[in-house]
Design a protein around this ligand. Structure first.
Ligand SMILES: Cc1cc2nc3c(=O)[nH]c(=O)nc-3n(C[C@H](O)[C@H](O)[C@H](O)COP(=O)(O)OP(=O)(O)OC[C@H]3O[C@@H](n4cnc5c(N)ncnc54)[C@H](O)[C@@H]3O)c2cc1C
Length: 532
């Protein structure tokens, strides 16, 4: 028996929960599903904070818009930028009303931080664990709301379209429509049919496509892969943001972040033989911007065939180091690294996806009745590179836009009662899990070695050929297997890897986060008459 809801929200991070609360407050009946627990999400790990113009004495929307356009290498959609920046204060207001406790000064005003790329102090934060504060506050609200039914350990396998009703759907089909999704209940092992007037993809990022990532390992890009398989539009996948200095500790996934403040404090990057290398890349040495440092480290690792470099603070006063970086000191010490005496092994880690499911100003995708919000969506805000702390606020602003739009739209949508149940006749559980786990590792390696920070036509082609073998093998396995979370995630990771490669191959220039040795950066990219 199919379950029926006004809304099926797939994903319970800041995007999915904000949306669910907004529509439930207008009496809609919502199913909120997540693949593990409500706590496990990228949102929980966010540290820095949320960008919004709040201090109008020194800051204004034009400055935030300009900073976002510069960071995005002038590839951002000006309308999306303006929409997020101008609606950000309302987004903050929403979070505060939901119980998020941003740090304040004695006079009650927000204690604002400033981050790289921002021309003003405009980052609201809760100490250095803003994401956890947001996630736990929203969880509390969601659990209390009678209109929201939470399904933990439920995994979305595919969205339902006309394809499941026997119609041939291609990328040219103009009216592809989403009627809900097939959801695997991990406890019973059954795939259930969830029908909805509108479905919302809020499945987060894709960090787990790479071996080294700061994302939780659930970040396998499921929503993007599902939408693409249903013939929806996905774009800007070549723009993957890498954090330059994650702690290198094999087997530690996700990777622990070594804050950029440590380079500001005087930490020096070195090769394994102890030699400095940043002088080859940028006169600002270890203080160069994030993407330049990430590229330099990547280049040295490729040159020497190593898996990491070192970040060295051993020349600084040990007391001061411990005082400035107590968390990093403790974390490293727990692994036998005393950062006051030993150099810290670091490597760049996949951190954030700028692209995703293409949406309009209402958060609507190219598939009817399917919205996408948060990191899995491509609104056009980030362009070629994300400005720090712009992602949490983007999720809240677009959750609001999608809620407003869909509350009107769903009045005209009915449930489809002719959707067949999931058919797994003739399938069995794979005999050996190694067929799945080893392929997942291979995808990670291909992406790390060939589709990482520095790309070339040859590396992309090599990656493409190797991925093709894994794709064929996995699709064959999927057809004869009962769906399981690991197998579905592998399929999704391969889909996402394919999209990153293909869109990287199509971009014949080095721009934003996409850097290729075969195609230089265009000479002038900034608009001559900047309105920003
Ligand atoms: C270490 C770190 C620090 C960061 N710091 C900042 C910061 O300071 N400021 C900032 O703005 N951004 C920051 N970011 C980025 C930001 O945290 C994310 O972009 C944002 O939280 C994404 O929210 P989301 O709701 O889109 O997805 P998530 O919070 O990732 O939630 C995804 C949800 O989708 C569910 N899901 C996924 N696939 C399925 C499936 N197949 N079936 C069912 N459920 C599924 C998951 O279970 C989860 O509930 C940081 C990210 C990281 C990793």
């Amino acid at each position: 028996m199919a379950k029926k809801f006004d809304y099926l929200v797939i994903g319970a991070g800041v995007a999915g929960m904000s949306f669910a609360l907004k529509v439930a407050e207008r009496n809609a009946k919502v199913a909120l599903i997540c693949k593990t627990t409500l706590e496990e999400a990228n949102t929980f790990l966010a540290q820095g904070g949320v960008a919004s113009v709040t201090d109008l004495k020194v800051d204004n929307f034009e400055k935030h818009i300009h900073d976002t356009m510069v960071a995005g290498d002038w590839l951002s959609d000006p309308e999306a930028v303006e929409m997020v920046v101008k609606n950000a204060p309302d987004g903050i207001d929403f979070l505060v009303k939901k119980g998020v406790d941003f740090d304040r000064k004695d006079d009650g005003s927000f204690d604002l931080h400033r981050e790289g790329g921002h021309s003003e102090f405009r980052i609201l934060h809760h100490a250095d664990n803003t994401g956890a504060e947001i996630q736990t506050s929203l969880i509390e609200q969601v659990r209390l709301h009678p209109g929201i039914e939470v399904f933990e350990h439920h995994f979305a396998v595919e969205i339902i379209t006309q394809h499941h009703l026997g119609r041939i759907v291609t990328r040219r089909t103009p009216d592809i429509t989403c009627y809900g999704a097939y959801i695997l209940d991990e406890e019973s092992g059954r795939v259930e049919t969830f029908l909805a007037r509108a479905t919302v993809m809020a499945t987060g990022g894709v960090g787990a496509v790479y071996t080294t990532t700061t994302n939780p390992l659930i970040a396998t890009g499921d929503g993007i892969a599902m939408t693409y398989r249903a013939k929806g539009t996905v774009s800007d996948m070549e723009f993957i943001q890498f954090h330059p200095t994650a702690l290198y500790h094999p087997g530690d996934r996700p990777s622990f972040l070594i804050t950029e403040a440590m380079r500001g404090y005087g930490a020096v990057l070195r090769n394994l033989d102890g030699s400095e290398f940043m002088q080859k890349y940028d006169p600002r040495l270890s203080l160069a911007p994030r993407d330049i440092v990430a590229r330099a480290i990547d280049s040295e690792m490729k040159l020497h065939g190593t898996d990491h470099v070192y970040l060295d603070v051993t020349h600084k006063d040990p007391e001061e180091t411990r005082r400035h970086f107590p968390n990093i000191y403790e974390k490293c010490l727990s692994l036998g690294i005393d950062i006051t005496k030993d150099m810290i092994p670091v490597a760049p880690a996949a951190h954030y996806l700028c692209g995703g499911i293409k949406v309009d100003a209402n958060g609507e995708s190219s598939i009817k009745r399917l919205y996408a919000i948060g990191e899995c969506s491509c609104t056009g805000l980030h362009g070629g590179n994300r400005l720090a702390s712009n992602s949490l606020i983007e999720a809240v602003v677009y959750a609001d836009a999608a809620a407003r739009h869909s509350l009107d739209a769903i009045q005209g949508y009915d449930f489809r009662n002719d959707v067949p149940e999931w058919n797994d006749e003739g399938t069995a559980h794979p005999e050996e899990m190694v067929l799945i786990t080893q392929s997942a590792k291979e995808v990670n390696q291909i992406m790390g070695y060939y589709v990482g920070i520095v790309r070339s036509d040859l590396r992309l082609k090599r990656a493409w050929n190797r991925l093709d073998i894994l794709y064929e093998e996995t699709e064959k396995l999927f057809k004869v297997s009962k769906p399981s979370r690991p197998l579905c995630e592998l399929r999704n990771v391969i889909n996402v890897a394919y999209l990153i490669m293909r869109q990287a191959m199509e971009r014949k220039e080095s721009r934003g986060l996409h850097f290729t040795v075969d195609h230089p950066r265009p000479k002038a990219v900034e608009p001559s008459e900047s309105g920003f």
